[in-house]
Ligand binder design. Structure first.
Ligand code: AMP
Ligand code: FE
Ligand code: FE
Ligand code: ZN
Length: 283
């Protein structure tokens, strides 16, 4: 059986393993195919490619921070993008803008916390991100260091990063994102589309419209989906002619889920490979 995990984060964003460590962990977890999908960046691609062990196929991708503006307030969502050309100027500019705004927003959250007497600093948080895409898990790490929470999950409670110290970031309109990924030769897959545990979710009608706009697949098997949600996403994909994926959304020690906890079927993976024209798979 081919073991395929198409959603993994490294230290290029909010994972805790370097891209090289992630490659080795993939082999140790018995994976045959692994995608690196850091938030709003391709910054881990080169190191991952250089460190790729023989026998592990690497799919280069990213997870784009998007929003659907069809309701007020707009709903944030994540779009996985595979095999796009990182040099395509439009998409590259979008990614850069999102990373830059993550810095502004991270600094703002730290300011709000400091104003309430929380003893963390922007240089500390920025340091945890180690040059990658800064995210709330890096602020969570500082809150843990300061002894205010014990886990990343606790830091996302409403009294901390979930609501009280929530600051929105500049996300991409999801239709723009689907078009930009396609224009860069990439393959867009909607990450954890029914994950109500993360907040509001979009209606099925939006997914119908996204499919028309070029969406290629839906991530069905994910730890944030209940059994019913997985079945619902799978049925919707079948109706719309979309592929389904399953993946761990591995983040190292920032989450408890392990590599390969959920996997993608070979046939779906092969369709992604056939549709992606921006960069080849490696291996
Ligand atoms: P950001 O992209 O900066 O808005 O932070 C969101 C990221 O934090 C997500 O990609 C997850 O990796 C992580 N995250 C969100 N909610 C939680 C949670 N409850 N526990 C742990 N990590 C979370
Ligand atoms: Fe994340
Ligand atoms: Fe996500
Ligand atoms: Zn993710």
């Amino acid at each position: 059986m081919t073991r395929i995990d198409l959603h993994c984060h490294s230290r290029a964003s909010d994972g805790t393993l370097t891209p090289s460590e992630l490659m080795r962990a993939g082999v140790a977890a018995g994976l045959d195919v692994m995608a690196i999908t850091d938030h709003d960046t391709t910054g881990g691609w080169d190191e991952a490619a250089a460190a790729r062990p023989a026998g592990l196929t690497l799919v280069r991708g990213a997870e784009l921070s998007c929003r659907w503006y069809g309701v007020e307030p707009a709903i944030p969502l994540h779009l996985l993008a595979y095999l796009f050309d990182p040099a395509e100027p439009h998409l590259a500019a979008d990614l850069l803008r999102m990373r830059t705004d993550r810095e502004r927003r991270g600094e703002k959250i730290v300011e709000l916390l400091r104003a309430d007497g929380v003893d963390i600093s922007w240089p500390e948080v920025h340091g945890y991100a180690a040059g990658g895409s800064v995210g709330r898990p890096h602020i969570a790490q500082a809150l843990i260091r300061a002894g205010l929470v014990r886990t990343t999950n606790e830091a996302f409670a409403s009294r901390w990063l979930g609501a009280r110290y929530f600051v929105p970031k500049a996300d991409l309109d999801v239709f723009e994102a689907v078009r930009a990924v396609r224009a860069a030769g990439g393959v867009p897959v909607f990450a954890h589309p029914n994950a109500t545990v993360r907040g509001r979710i979009v209606p099925d009608k939006l997914i119908v419209d996204l499919a028309e706009a070029g969406l290629f697949g839906l991530e069905a098997d994910h730890e944030d989906h209940s059994i019913e949600q997985r079945a619902h996403v799978r049925a919707l994909a079948a109706d719309l002619g979309l592929i389904v994926t399953g993946s761990s959304d591995f983040h190292g020690t920032h989450k408890t889920v392990q590599l390969g906890a959920f996997t993608t079927e070979l046939a779906a993976y092969e369709k992604i490979v056939a549709a992606g024209t921006g960069v080849p798979i490696l291996g």
